[in-house]
Write a protein that binds this ligand. Structure first.
Ligand SMILES: Nc1ncnc2c1ncn2[C@@H]1O[C@H](COP(=O)(O)OP(=O)(O)OP(=O)(O)O)[C@@H](O)[C@H]1O
Length: 249
């Protein structure tokens, strides 16, 4: 990753509450073009909320979030553009159940990017090939395994030509034997230079693919470091405690 690359996602003084719960506490974070940032931390530390705020699936109470230099839009067309620029892959694959795999991938480009059917189909098939599921294109999502569905979800986000991809625990709902096929697709994407923010409990992925690891606890960024430093020499007691409780491959 180029350390002089321009900032693509910038959070400044971000605070968020759910009622009395202060779920994001003064978050300052910059993700540069081409960077792979992995966010780790205990359950309930605010990792999902952070991801969702960047895509404006959650509003924030204070602070500013910029994507590619622009503040997040409030509503309307700007929001559709933001959701195209910021691709999101969730734990639950969120595919449209009544549409074929191919239609799941082409729907966004045809609607938002006004691609022709032929152009959208051709690109979708190329993307499905890239994540290894092109032979599933005519099937319905329910006919696919969880790992295949998640790879379709990645292809669907990529079809919008995102500037950054957010992954919120993309393998947590998968059977163990399917985890690697999704992680491999993500590693390939990282190697191609995609800017990525990945919330995960897969520390092997973090070690392999992350440029930087951010450790969150109680809504705060407690520590951030390159993966080698974070996993071998964490400085905060909270990160040490967290790492002592998980298995690192
Ligand atoms: N819509 C909501 N309304 C109220 N509280 C919420 C809401 N969404 C999340 N929370 C709470 O905010 C806190 C942070 O949640 P969040 O999902 O961001 O954590 P997380 O670090 O992603 O956790 P996990 O690893 O378990 O997914 C939790 O205590 C959660 O219960």
């Amino acid at each position: 990753m180029d350390i002089d690359a321009p900032a693509l996602v910038e959070l400044t003084g971000v605070n968020k509450h759910f009622g009395d719960l202060h779920v994001l506490r003064d978050i300052n974070l910059t993700v540069r073009k081409g960077e792979v940032l992995v966010v780790v931390g205990p359950s309930g530390s605010g990792k999902s909320t952070l991801c969702r705020a960047i895509n404006r699936l959650e509003t924030i109470d204070e602070g500013a979030i910029r994507v590619d230099g622009k503040p997040l839009p409030a509503e309307g067309r700007g929001l559709a553009r933001l959701r195209a620029d910021v691709g999101m892959v969730f734990q639950s694959f969120n595919l449209f159940a009544h549409k074929t795999v191919l239609d799941n991938v082409t729907l966004g480009p045809r609607k938002v990017r006004r691609s022709s059917r032929k152009a959208a189909d051709d690109e979708a098939l190329a993307l499905l090939r890239r994540v290894g599921v092109e032979d599933q294109a005519r099937k319905m999502p329910a006919q696919l395994s969880g790992g295949q569905q998640q790879r379709v979800a990645i292809a669907r986000a990529l079809a919008m030509h995102p500037k950054v991809m957010l992954f919120d625990e993309p393998t947590s709902a998968l059977d163990p034997e399917m985890v690697n096929e999704v992680l491999d697709a993500m590693v390939a994407l990282a190697k191609e230079g995609m800017t990525m923010i990945v919330v995960t409990h897969e520390m092997g992925f973090a070690r392999k693919a992350a440029d930087r690891v951010v450790f969150m606890a109680d809504g705060q960024i407690v520590e951030e470091a390159d993966p080698d430093t974070f996993f071998t020499a964490p400085t905060s007691e909270r990160a040490k405690d967290f790492l002592s409780k998980i298995l690192i491959h």
